[in-house]
Design a protein around this ligand. Structure first.
Ligand code: F6R
Length: 383
């Protein structure tokens, strides 16, 4: 049931600290004999399934892989984009992200040293399932990152990780998204250690940061709810909205735009901040909401700051999402939302939450059918 919340989506947004803890539980820990060290254990990747063509341990194959391919659709594709950053930066390995529905209809070059990671909440998305079958034909290792236990994708892949996010009923994906990002971060950290891309010290630092994320979101939730309600009241009548973010926050901008359009029916687009100069900038004029993610840890923070000033100059209704204690946007942004800061690679787990809440409140104020938006299915099993 909805646990006292008006919609499943809101319940699922608020449930995220718990869902994240469940996703981390038993996988990241400080061993009793060495409590200043962190370990990552991913049981579902240790052994090949009974009867598998290749009996080698999946983790070993992942440690020696030349390339990872993330295949997914919709919100799950966005978590793949965040995963790509983590795999490149933390594990030092090539990673590509594919819309499963595009991948399966061309002739992609796949070899047996590739690993395909299929990301899916439902485990039933037909295109993602088909991408797995193609990868298997080329003898690549297939790994599922799935929420629904026993689903088709969980069964079809060679190995995998369940999200343990609990049932997601609202059609718009929220807690499954953040848990997918956690699962990919855990894999990247585990591989970073195994491939020698991360020192023991760095690994400990990243693990401690990841483990602290659910608590910092939980502490922040109630003040965030109030703030996003006030901002939603101001933005609820918009017909278009733009979301901008750079680097690891570009996928967060895409996800913010997708959430808004799917439940509030406001047209929304996500841009990589600088790319907006190559066309999209024509859309910015008086009162068009522009939501900018601008964390001081973003490598291009100075450029982002400049862009934000430029958006304001062009008349945008500006909401800046930044890190706690940052006053750089006072007098520039109409609204500022401050997030608890963490390591850059983990920041999307936190920065996506205000965007989920913003979409939710805007859609609620517009009287939309939030848990079942028009035309949209929870799992797309048609091809
Ligand atoms: C958006 C949303 C969809 C799904 C997509 C993939 O909020 O829920 O975009 O992410 O249909 O579904 P799964 O993850 O079940 O494969």
């Amino acid at each position: 049931e909805k646990g006292g919340y008006k919609h499943f989506m809101l319940k699922e947004i608020m449930d995220q600290p718990n869902a994240m803890r469940n996703c981390l539980r038993g996988r990241i820990y400080q061993p009793a004999e060495a409590p200043d060290r962190w370990e990552i254990k991913l049981g579902g990747l240790e052994k090949a399934k009974e009867g598998a063509l290749n009996p080698q341990s999946p983790l070993e194959r992942m440690a020696n892989a030349c390339r990872f391919i993330f295949a997914a659709c919709g919100t799950s594709w966005h978590s793949g984009l965040i995963g790509k950053y983590a795999f490149e930066k933390l594990a030092g390995v090539r990673a590509e992200v594919e819309y499963a529905s595009e991948f399966r209809y061309r002739k992609p070059l796949i070899c047996d040293s590739d690993c395909l990671i299929a990301i899916s909440q439902s485990g039933e998305t037909a295109d993602t399932l088909e991408a797995i079958k193609m990868a298997k034909e080329h003898k690549a290792l297939t790994i599922g990152v799935v929420n629904v236990v026993g689903s088709s994708i969980a069964r079809e892949t060679d190995c995998g990780m369940y999200l343990h996010a609990g049932p997601e009923i609202g059609v718009a994906s929220t807690k499954a998204f953040t848990c997918q990002v956690i699962a990919l971060l855990l894999m990247a950290l585990r591989l970073g250690k195994q491939r020698g891309a991360l020192s023991e010290e760095m690994l400990n630092m990243y693990c401690a940061a990841l483990n602290a994320v659910p608590d910092s979101i939980e502490k922040w939730m109630s003040s965030l709810t109030e703030q996003t309600q006030v901002i939603s009241k101001n933005l609820r009548l918009a017909t278009n909205a733009l979301f901008s973010g750079m680097g690891v926050h570009f996928p967060v901008a895409l996800e913010g735009a997708l959430k808004l359009k799917e439940i509030s029916y406001i047209h929304a687009e996500g841009f990589p901040a600088s790319e907006i100069r190559h066309g999209g900038i024509t859309l910015i004029r008086n009162f068009v909401p522009v939501i900018c993610i601008a964390m001081r840890s973003d490598p291009a923070y100075e450029q982002i700051k400049q862009m934000v000033r430029d958006f304001r100059h062009k008349g945008a209704a500006l909401l800046v999402l930044t890190d706690d204690g940052n006053t750089d946007f006072a007098g520039v942004a109409h609204f500022t939302l401050c997030c608890p800061a963490t390591k850059l690679e983990m920041q999307p787990l936190i920065s996506c939450i205000p965007l989920q809440l913003l979409s939710y409140h805007i859609a609620d104020m517009r009287g939309c059918s939030i848990d079942q938006p028009r035309n949209l299915a929870k799992s797309v099993t048609v091809e």
